[in-house]
Design a protein around this ligand. Structure first.
Ligand SMILES: [Zn+2]
Length: 163
């Protein structure tokens, strides 16, 4: 409903401004039929013709004003963070991982990677390629048989020197 209600509610027998299809003008009409709250048929007080109610030309909204309101551009992120982006500790850590992973991996030729195998032993900084997890860098040696490899999606504890 987009009636600019300058007048009171229309009712059968009352007057309403309508575009007259015969006079081709906005004119006062008498309401002769309504469906619910909606004016259906009107009688032109000027020419006396009966026709369907048409909103006055003057009331018609200009084309393209479809009221697309820029609401909910950012629906409900964590409440009230004023400065741009605020990451949770986990997100931060993940970002750091990704960044150091990228630093380690970026621009390395595939010959720089050794295929990961549990039987091999690794040292920190070595580049490995895992069949499932992809490229990674050994971030630390945990003990003789365990290393931590930083993969794109985060660090993983992996076995080494198993035999
Ligand atoms: Zn008319």
């Amino acid at each position: 409903m987009t009636t600019t209600s300058t007048t009171k509610k229309p009712k059968t027998g009352g007057e309403i401004d309508s575009f007259c299809t015969k006079c081709k003008l906005d004119l006062t009409h008498r309401i002769i039929a309504m469906v619910g709250e909606v004016v259906k048929k009107v009688e032109c007080k000027t020419c006396g013709s009966h026709h369907l109610y048409r909103r006055p030309k003057s009331e018609q909204p200009p084309p393209g004003v479809r009221a697309t309101r820029p609401r909910a551009e950012r629906a409900g992120t964590t409440g009230g963070s004023s400065k741009g982006e605020r990451l949770t500790a986990a997100q931060k850590l993940e970002r750091e991982h990704t960044q150091s992973w990228e630093r380690a991996i970026a621009g390395q030729p595939s010959s720089a990677f050794s295929a990961y195998r549990t039987t091999l032993s690794f040292s920190a900084g070595e580049l490995v390629r895992h069949a499932k997890f992809g490229d990674g860098v050994v971030s630390r040696v945990l003990d003789r048989q365990k290393i931590e490899i930083l993969f794109k999606d985060g660090p993983r504890t992996m076995a080494q020197a198993q035999d």
